[in-house]
Ligand binder design. Structure first.
Ligand SMILES: NC(=O)c1ccc[n+]([C@@H]2O[C@H](COP(=O)([O-])OP(=O)(O)OC[C@H]3O[C@@H](n4cnc5c(N)ncnc54)[C@H](OP(=O)(O)O)[C@@H]3O)[C@@H](O)[C@H]2O)c1
Length: 342
């Protein structure tokens, strides 16, 4: 084990897209756990789009990271020392330890991971927060019925890939939207969606309309912007729109009105009886057991596949988060911070 711990703190707030200057790598002594504390060593750090929001002090559903504080993040960690009943040296846990090699915890919110069930990194992806987001948003809000058309944005990503595959399991016709031919090929050939539309190629609206000849019954919104503009005219009466994320505007410095104006949107909501519902995954915390039962079952049976995009080393987390916000990741973005002890 290294003698010093390393951590990445928020050095300044970004204006527009984050830059490397917004982060600072620090070295500190490894913290010593007191009574009622455990010392965690980070193995895997999850990088997620919400982190852009925590870097900003604009009002949101969660508190921002303060300047000089460790960047927030979910981790898979190993218990090094435990002074908390129920945790022992060597346990593998999911925790919100943040962007650092070591962290102290009182055990609250720390969940054990069963390494026999699946690779431990999946506790941050398909069997973790993004998988649960997909499961709850699609099934509780989208409610896809067999034969309906489900469209999902960011379809090759951590959330979108699980949405598309659950919709397929439920018998829907599935249309992914992703950036570039490689991601679209993956969505069709590996994830088994019926088709996938490249939102970076020209004529998105025309190609999406051709892919949805019966309109759209469920649109799982991950991105907003130009993708939503192409989806909007195709929404069927009684369509359901789980609003999960709007990544296309996370780096925006101002929100300019697009071609869909508020009166048009409200008229469509009324006349087509549309249901838009925003949600945060924690709204459904009580349903964690259902999610684990179903999604771990589907992963075990090979009916849900997943892909991880692994970056080596904590020091590379800032560059990787900047890339995530530009679509440079391909699958669930993870930082391998350290290997597990032998
Ligand atoms: N509500 C919740 O509780 C909750 C929880 C987790 C995640 N989310 C949201 O779910 C969405 C997906 O998150 P994730 O973790 O699964 O990330 P991800 O899809 O693995 O990665 C983000 C992807 O977004 C796409 N993207 C980036 N900029 C874009 C733009 N300007 N226009 C269109 N697409 C763009 C890129 O895919 P392409 O290359 O395919 O464009 C990129 O790879 C995000 O909006 C996130 O904030 C919400």
């Amino acid at each position: 084990m290294t003698e010093t711990a390393r951590r990445i703190v928020l050095a300044s707030r970004p204006i527009g897209g984050p830059t490397l200057d917004n982060f600072r790598l620090e070295e500190i002594p490894i913290p010593q756990p007191g009574s009622g504390q455990i010392l965690l060593r980070t193995l895997w750090l999850s990088l997620d789009p919400y982190m852009r929001g925590r870097m900003s002090d604009a009002p949101s559903y969660a508190k921002p990271v303060s300047i000089g504080d460790v960047m927030e993040g979910g981790t898979v960690s190993e218990v090094v020392t435990s002074n908390v009943p129920g945790f022992a040296r060597g346990d593998i846990v999911v925790s919100r330890a943040g962007w650092q090699t070591h962290a102290l915890s009182d055990g609250s919110g720390v969940q054990k991971v069963d390494p026999a069930r699946a690779p431990i990194s999946t506790a941050l992806g398909v069997l973790g927060m993004p998988g649960m987001t997909a499961y709850m948003g699609l099934l509780e809000i989208g409610k896809p019925a067999a034969g309906e058309t489900v469209v999902v944005a960011a379809a090759s990503g951590a959330v979108g890939s699980v949405v598309g595959q659950i919709a397929r399991i439920k018998g829907a016709r599935t249309v992914g939207i992703a950036g570039g031919p490689d991601k679209c090929r993956y969505v069709i050939e590996e994830l088994g969606l019926d088709t996938c539309i490249d939102h970076r190629a020209p004529d998105l609206a025309t190609r999406l309309a051709a892919a949805c000849p019966k309109g759209i019954d469920v649109y799982f919104e991950n991105v907003g912007g130009a993708v939503f503009e192409a989806v909007f005219p195709l929404l069927n009466p009684f369509a359901r729109i789980p609003v999960c994320g709007l990544i296309s505007i996370y780096n925006a410095t101002s929100l300019s009105p697009g071609p869909i104006l508020l009166p048009q949107l409200m008229r469509a909501v009324l006349t087509k009886r549309l249901t838009f519902r925003g949600f945060i995954v924690t709204d459904f915390a009580a349903r964690y057991g259902d999610f684990m039962r179903d999604v771990s079952g589907w992963v075990g049976e090979g009916r849900i596949k997943y892909r991880e995009d692994v970056v080596e080393g904590l020091e590379n987390a800032p560059r990787a988060l900047i890339g995530l916000l530009r679509g440079e990741n391909f699958g669930k973005l993870l930082v391998q911070v350290a290997p597990a002890s032998a």
